[in-house]
Design a protein around this ligand. Structure first.
Ligand SMILES: [Cu+2]
Length: 119
C-alpha cells in the first residue's frame, strides 16, 4: 500500500549518548555503557510496531503476502482499508485462512508492511 503523504521517521539519535560522564571509577562507567547499548537496541522495534484487526481476504504463501480488510490503525493514522501485507514467517500462514478475522502485529520495513505476529 502506498500512502499519498509520507510519514517522516525522525530518529532522534543524539550524539549526547556518546558523551560519557567523566566522573566515577572505571567499573561504573563500563556498566553504564552496556546498559545504554541494550536499551537502544530494544527500543526501536517496539516503537515501530503496529496492530490491526481485520478479515483475511486473500493469501499468497508463495509470494509471502496476505491481503487484509483491516479497521483503523491509530498508530499510523490509517482509516479502514483493504491492503496487502508481507508475511515475515511462513508459519504464520497457518493462522491466516481466507475469511478469518485476525489481529496482526506488523512493522514497516522499507516499502513494505510486514506482519510479524498473528493473534
Ligand atoms: Cu492499510
Amino acid at each position: 500500500m502506498k500512502l499519498s503523504t509520507s510519514l517522516p521517521l525522525i530518529l532522534a539519535l543524539s550524539a549526547s549518548s556518546l558523551a560519557i560522564a567523566q566522573s566515577g571509577d572505571m567499573k561504573d562507567m563500563d556498566m553504564k555503557g552496556k546498559e545504554m547499548g541494550k536499551m537502544a537496541q530494544g527500543a526501536a522495534p517496539m516503537a515501530n510496531s503496529h496492530q490491526a484487526t481485520g478479515v483475511v481476504k486473500a493469501v499468497n504463501p508463495a509470494k509471502g503476502t496476505v491481503t487484509l480488510a483491516h479497521g483503523p490503525v491509530q498508530s499510523l493514522q490509517w482509516t479502514a482499508m483493504t491492503m496487502r501485507f508481507a508475511v515475515k514467517d511462513k508459519a504464520l500462514f497457518d493462522q491466516l485462512a481466507v475469511g478469518k478475522q485476525v489481529t496482526v502485529e506488523f512493522v514497516k520495513q522499507d516499502v513494505d508492511y510486514v506482519v510479524t505476529a498473528v493473534k
